[in-house]
Design a protein around this ligand. Structure first.
Ligand code: ADP
Length: 220
């Protein structure tokens, strides 16, 4: 086991929660997976450190699990917003050090932050954004919104830019975008020098104004 191995608890073993739990376990961390549904608990039992069937809206169950000793607790309950919020609240009250909670809407997310979640994630929204951008332009491989105005995107270099150096593309002025890295086959050029010429098949990793990224998506 690595020295930096952490203890995680993941509550709610739907698609999102079970994916987090098994990935953390594969990365070498200790993972306690919790769900009130016996079937979900059984499904995941081989791919995490421990599994427990419990209703996490019950304070005593949480206490019995020693939940406050975990480094990070992920609340991945999705459908049932009330259970999601109540679980987060109880975790906070019990003194959990770092709580990550899954939100379905912006309002739900705000509520989780107010209650004391240290990090709020929006997996459905983020995936929806990514898929939508990819549908509009097949050049877009990844899309992450950092704020309403600022995004990071991974875009296959449009043909019109091939053969030009980064300086010549003038993306910084034209679209308020910075190319932070270029992926070329297996190599990652980071940071790319301004005289680096873009080649066919290059993947540009861009950060900047969402509007600028949208304009880049429209280039052929
Ligand atoms: P996803 O959309 O990621 O598939 P779901 O909302 O379908 O997520 O799944 C959430 C899981 O959380 C379900 O397996 C459900 O049994 C579990 N769950 C819901 N409420 C509680 C609770 N109070 N305590 C423990 N687990 C819960």
């Amino acid at each position: 086991m690595k020295n930096n191995n952490k203890q995680f608890a993941v509550i709610g073993l739907g698609r999102f929660g079970s994916s987090i739990a098994t990935t953390l376990f594969k990365l070498g961390h200790e993972v306690l997976a919790i769900d009130m549904n016996e079937e979900q608990v059984q499904k995941i039992s081989e791919t995490v450190t421990h599994v427990v069937q419990a209703d996490t809206t019950d304070e005593n169950s949480l206490k019995a699990l020693g939940i406050r000793n975990f480094d990070v607790v992920v609340v991945a309950i999705g459908e049932d917003i009330q259970s999601n919020v109540l679980t987060t609240l109880l975790l906070k009250e019990l003194g959990v050090k770092y709580i990550v909670a899954k939100a379905r809407t912006e309002l739900h997310g705000k509520m989780l932050t107010k209650i004391g979640a240290d990090r709020v994630v929006y997996p459905e929204r983020d995936m929806g954004l990514r898929v939508a951008h990819n549908l509009v332009s097949t050049n877009v491989l990844e899309y992450i919104e950092l704020s309403p105005d600022l995004s990071v995107a991974e875009i296959t270099a449009p043909k019109i830019l091939v053969g030009r150096s980064l300086a010549e593309t003038n993306l910084r002025v034209k679209y308020e975008l910075n190319v932070v890295a270029i992926k070329r086959n297996e190599a990652l050029i980071v940071p790319p020098p301004s005289d680096e010429k873009i080649r066919t098949g290059d993947i540009l990793i861009l950060i900047g104004q969402s509007k600028g990224i949208q304009k880049m998506e429209e280039l052929e």
